[in-house]
Design a protein around this ligand. Structure first.
Ligand code: F6R
Length: 369
């Protein structure tokens, strides 16, 4: 069943180009127009939406954090992202004009299900982004976007995450299309860029050997920090979560801009810090800021592991280890930048002698609150 891979996780990481292609399959028309098979919410209803709220747990929550950047940028509709376990206990403001997006691989996560039930009681429209056909969460939602990643066996989510990102982009672009906001050149070109992602993920997978040896080399570390900005911030959180759950190692993700507000005190000599660098094209201000963050932490002894776009030369002098990912538009970068972090965590866990597919204390689907 593992098709020659040592772990289901490795197999599922390798399946990501196909999984991403399958999420896109049949949803982009020849004219670049999107059609979502089980959208079920009318254009009229979607035009009435004045707020989007994403609810999810764990890795799915990180996909939601990326969704916020994309949805707000493309649609100008305000978008909040909340941990499902917090949502219904704080008297949130939701009503008929709220679109609640519940993201769940299994479709059975109790916290997410309870959040969506609560939202529906308040009159909200609920769209499920789910990987499991006919699961409870999609059954109880007004509309569904299946990720079609195929079964995910390893407890740690990999291909489900990448496809959740794709599904969220599709929702954001679809909302933009229906509502007419900012629809035009930019959105049209993003739709084309989505189709290039499977081969870009493939390219990343082909260059993972140095990441594996680095993970083995660092297997004795006690703590790894992850830094990112903009959509690189949720990627940093996801990288840290993977390392915690698989390698049982202290790992934390930070927004790089927060470094000087506290976390920089953690840096000590030899500490591995993984930095997700935004594209130097586009939002280049952020790129330059993160390059100076890398200089700062390196000056304090950090061992810098830098994930940067092909052709980004400015960052190279400050990287102890440089991991290249293909160029893509800023908002889509998480799809390629997450992959090395998955490989890193998987290899680290294996080097430390842990069961990669069945980490201790965790279950694939959390059906209790
Ligand atoms: C992390 C992981 C978990 C799940 C979370 C939500 O690798 O797998 O954090 O993402 O428990 O699960 P779903 O998506 O099934 O609702």
């Amino acid at each position: 069943a593992k098709d020659g891979y040592d772990y289901f996780m490795l197999k599922e990481i390798a399946e990501q180009p196909k999984a991403v292609a399958d999420t896109l399959l049949g949803r982009i028309g020849a004219d670049g127009e999107l059609s979502l098979d089980q959208m079920r919410l009318s254009d009229e209803e979607l035009r009435e939406i004045d707020k989007v709220v994403v609810v999810a747990c764990g890795t799915a929550y990180h996909a939601g954090l990326v969704a916020k950047y994309a949805i707000e940028h493309w649609t100008r509709v305000p978008c909040e992202v909340e941990l499902a376990s917090e949502f219904r206990y704080r008297d949130p403001v939701v009503g008929r004009q709220t679109l609640v997006i519940a993201i769940s691989q299994s479709g059975e996560t109790m916290d997410t299900l309870m959040a969506l039930r609560y939202a529906r009681e308040q009159g909200a429209r609920v769209l499920a982004v789910c990987n499991t056909n006919g699961a409870t969460i999609p059954r109880e939602s007004d509309a569904v976007l299946y990720t079609h990643a195929g079964p995910e066996v390893a407890v740690a989510s990999t291909k489900a995450f990448l496809t959740q990102l794709i599904a969220c982009y599709l929702v954001g672009l679809y909302l933009g299309q229906v509502r007419g906001t900012k629809w035009g050149d930019e959105i049209g070109s993003v739709v084309r860029d989505l189709s290039d992602l499977p081969s870009k993920v493939d390219q990343v997978l082909e260059t993972m050997e140095p990441v594996r040896s680095l993970a083995r080399e660092l297997a004795g570390a006690t703590s790894v920090l992850f830094l990112g900005r903009h959509v690189g911030f949720p990627v940093a959180l996801e990288g840290a979560l993977k390392l915690k759950e698989l390698a049982y190692m202290h790992a934390e993700g930070f927004a790089a801009g927060e470094l000087k507000h506290g976390p920089i005190a953690l840096i000590e000599s030899g500490m591995p810090v993984i930095v997700v660098v935004p594209s130097p094209r586009g939002r280049s201000v952020l790129h330059d800021k993160i390059v100076s963050n890398i200089q700062e932490i390196r000056a304090r002894g950090a061992r810098t592991i830098v994930i940067a776009e092909e052709g980004d030369e400015a960052v190279a002098p400050y990287a102890d280890h440089l991991v290249r990912v293909p160029e893509c538009p800023t908002l889509l970068q998480p799809v390629v930048a997450t992959v090395p972090l998955q490989v890193f965590a998987c290899e680290m866990a294996s080097a430390r002698g842990f069961d990669v597919d069945q980490p201790r204390n965790l279950a694939k689907s959390v059906t209790v609150e």
